[in-house]
Design a protein around this ligand. Structure first.
Ligand code: TRP
Length: 454
């Protein structure tokens, strides 16, 4: 593999949108609200914002620099920058994490397809909150339906991955991201105007610090890593396609801002509506899927055509947001197999797709017919989520921070982050401080705290 044979992202906007496309996804719209709901609301969000700014942005810059400097897949990147050292294991762990995340993430992505179908066949009409909950439960418990959607979604991802980087990823991100954003704003306005929605706004913005427990910090940190696609080499792989003059810290800040705005918007849609119709905020992974149909029903139910159009649009855009994320996860594993085991991209992609479908089937069944089979008290689905978001990604982030802050030659770090001196020294120094000291120590403290030792 030679450097110049690797594809490049076409334009600057394309770079930001593709990275933002990886970051913005179910993590923001599905996972952020339910984690916020389970962890008590506003106080969790404040800790989350701290994690995004003080750990997320610097670690994202670090991943960008590792990827662009090495111009290789995640595992190969460490081999190039630190040949003959165990650092390659950070990359390999990232590939494994990507593989696991893709397996259970696609299950939920498949749900969005079911909801497109339900919206199109007008099955939201005449249901109340209990009706939506019952319908969702019976859908997830059905042994076949979720699996069919799961396979369909994985094949869509596969198709785009095989078509190549620039044409697939960049184009879909450019059109769909802004459309999603606009629709989210419309829905947020609708949700706020529902009767009794103010309780939801209070839940989101009035912090109650007595809600914080040992788990809150780990959950907030895990959510930050998950939502920003950090700690497993995803953005590192994307950055290997960046151009040499892409300003890494600016892109990182932009991506983090877009990602956070979408998450907060999703919160503004979910909680006012949930409180308005009496759905508990700690409903867990089903929260988005049982709350949102209520918004369409309550706000537009009297004009069925509008309700149907808007709900189809929303679920299509949600599916696309999920798709730009599954593509980025798939790409990590595919690029690894393709470059490290010198197989064709197509063959690599086929292996990833097939094995993720198999694992995904088990994850999906673990929520329905296989509910009673648990490991460490969790279903396979929950276990995959826990192991990746709350263990592997923070550990990966920790090691990435150590790698760039302590191991890598400072000159390389400076050249990449500042693009040969084109960044204010104070910003560079702050980023290095956060990578060298703040992020590793904060991640360690959160782990120690979670283990009950602090
Ligand atoms: N960040 C994406 C989301 O919010 C999911 C995702 C894509 C991801 N790539 C990742 C999560 C890499 C962790 C690591 O939906």
């Amino acid at each position: 593999m030679t450097t110049d044979k690797r594809a490049n992202f076409g334009s600057k906007l394309g770079v930001i949108l593709a990275s933002a496309g990886s970051a913005v996804g179910l993590g923001n719209i599905w996972r952020f609200p339910y984690e916020t709901g389970e962890n008590g609301g506003a106080a969790f969000i404040i800790i989350y914002l701290g994690c995004v700014l003080l750990m997320g942005v610097p670690i994202m810059v670090a991943e960008f620099l590792i990827g662009r400097r090495s111009r290789a897949n995640t595992a190969g990147a460490y081999q190039r920058l630190a040949p003959g050292t165990p650092w390659k294991w950070v990359g390999r762990m990232g590939v494994l994490a990507g593989f696991l995340i893709l397996s259970y993430y696609t299950v939920v992505a498949g749900w969005t397809l079911e909801f497109i179908y339900e919206a199109a066949t007008n099955s939201f009409a005449d249901k109340n909150a209990e009706g939506f909950i019952a319908a969702f439960d019976s859908f997830v418990a059905n042994p076949w339906r979720p699996l069919i959607w799961l396979v369909a979604f994985m094949l869509m991802t596969h198709f785009i991955i095989v078509k190549g980087v620039e044409k697939g990823i960049e184009k879909s991100a450019k059109i769909m991201m802004p459309a999603l954003f606009i629709l989210l704003i419309i829905l947020a306005i609708c949700s706020i105007s529902l009767p009794g929605s103010s309780a939801g706004i209070n839940f989101l913005f009035k912090p109650d610090f007595s809600q914080i427990n040992s788990n809150t910090f780990l959950s907030a940190m895990g959510q930050a890593f998950f939502s920003l696609s950090l700690g497993m080499g995803c953005l590192c792989t994307y950055a290997s396609y960046f151009k040499n003059d892409t300003p890494l810290s600016k892109v990182a800040l932009n991506v983090a801002t877009i990602d956070t705005l979408v998450a907060i918007l999703a919160g503004i849609i979910i909680f006012p509506a949930a409180f308005s119709v009496g759905i508990k905020p700690d409903a867990g992974p089903s929260l988005l899927f049982i709350t949102l149909p209520n918004v369409f029903q309550q706000a537009f139910g009297s004009i069925p055509l509008l309700a149907i159009t808007l709900s189809i649009m929303f679920y299509v855009l949600l599916a696309v947001a999920a798709l730009t994320s599954t593509i980025s996860l798939h790409e990590v594993v595919t690029a690894y197999l393709h470059e490290e085991f010198s197989m064709t991209r197509k063959k690599a992609a086929c292996i990833v797709t097939t094995s993720c479908i198999i694992l995904g089937v088990f994850c999906s069944l673990s929520l329905g017919v296989g509910k009673e089979y648990t490991l460490f008290g969790m279903t396979l689905f929950d276990l995959f989520d826990y192991v990746t978001a709350k263990l592997m990604m923070p550990i990966g982030g920790f090691l990435i921070a150590i790698f760039t802050g302590w191991y890598l030659d400072r000159k390389i770090v400076w050249e990449e982050i500042t693009n040969q001196g084109k960044l204010k020294p104070i910003i560079f120094k702050t980023l290095v401080f956060l990578l060298k000291y703040f992020s590793p120590i904060a991640i360690l403290l959160i782990f120690i705290h979670e283990l009950g030792l602090l």
